[in-house]
Design a protein around this ligand. Structure first.
Ligand SMILES: C[S@@+](CC[C@H](N)C(=O)[O-])C[C@H]1O[C@@H](n2cnc3c(N)ncnc32)[C@H](O)[C@@H]1O
Length: 230
């Protein structure tokens, strides 16, 4: 499936941001910004934004982070990374085409790792997701922070039903209409209802070895921002 995901993102790169902004009514922008603001409060200047996509998270990070911040953007889709490269950032940036589970960095390299709206694309299968998280843990310095911004599962059953109905009804048609990729948005719509609740993801992060795991819910749990420390 990894090759499939790579192809999907390469296919939808031109319209990726527009589809997100339309489907979330622009809330994805706010959630990334909030994630970046939480991240910017952490100490240290060496930041990895993994699965960076078109660079929206890194842009928010560069605005919120300290002047001496260095942001390393990693993605395995060249068209997505190329979009990211075309932005103007307020910090030093470096762009790396790489697999998130084989990061080309030594152990304990980064003060901070961020990932937004991507972890559920890595895999919803626990053992595979674990391997990715272990890789993030490896390249994080002891005491460094991991921040994850992602769709989640509302705790209210009624809201969860409405949310899943919305995803099922609108993501594929709207995504295909704007991007021209029907199979891509079928897959992406498929991953959202299957992803973990905020508590389940916290448990997974703790199992990998992270401590001080905490999260904030947005919109009753439609999205969640997790932070965790190595
Ligand atoms: C939904 S997009 C998120 C992009 C961006 N972080 C954002 O906030 O919009 C997921 C990104 O993760 C990348 N990706 C998915 N699996 C990956 C993997 N195994 N290694 C590296 N990048 C991956 C995709 O190419 C895509 O750019």
């Amino acid at each position: 499936m990894r090759k499939g995901v790579q192809l999907i993102y390469s296919e939808v790169a031109d319209t990726y941001e527009l589809v997100n902004h339309v489907l979330t009514f622009g809330f994805d922008i706010r959630w990334r910004k909030l994630g970046a603001q939480i991240a910017a409060k952490k100490t240290g200047h060496k930041i990895l934004d993994v699965c960076c996509g078109t660079g929206e998270m890194a842009l928010s990070l560069s605005k919120a982070a300290a002047e001496n911040a260095e942001i390393y953007l990693v993605d395995f889709s060249f068209p997505m990374l190329d979009k990211a490269r075309q932005r103007k950032y307020d910090s030093y940036t470096s762009f790396i085409l790489a697999e998130a589970n084989k990061l080309p960095y030594k152990d304990s390299t980064f003060d901070l790792i961020t990932i937004s709206f991507a972890i559920r694309n890595l895999n919803t299968r626990k053992d595979i997701l674990f391997a990715f998280l272990e890789e993030f843990y490896r390249v994080l310095k002891p005491g460094g922070t991991f921040i994850n911004v992602e769709t989640s599962q509302p705790s209210s059953i009624a809201l969860k039903k409405v949310f899943h109905f919305y995803i099922k009804t609108f993501v594929r048609p709207v995504g295909s209409l704007i991007s021209g990729s029907s199979s891509g948005y079928r897959y992406l719509a498929h991953t959202i209802p299957r992803f973990y609740s905020a508590d389940e993801l916290s448990f997974i992060l703790k199992s990998v070895g992270f401590s001080q795991v905490d999260y904030i819910n947005k919109f009753g749990g439609i999205a969640a921002i997790h932070e965790a420390v190595k």
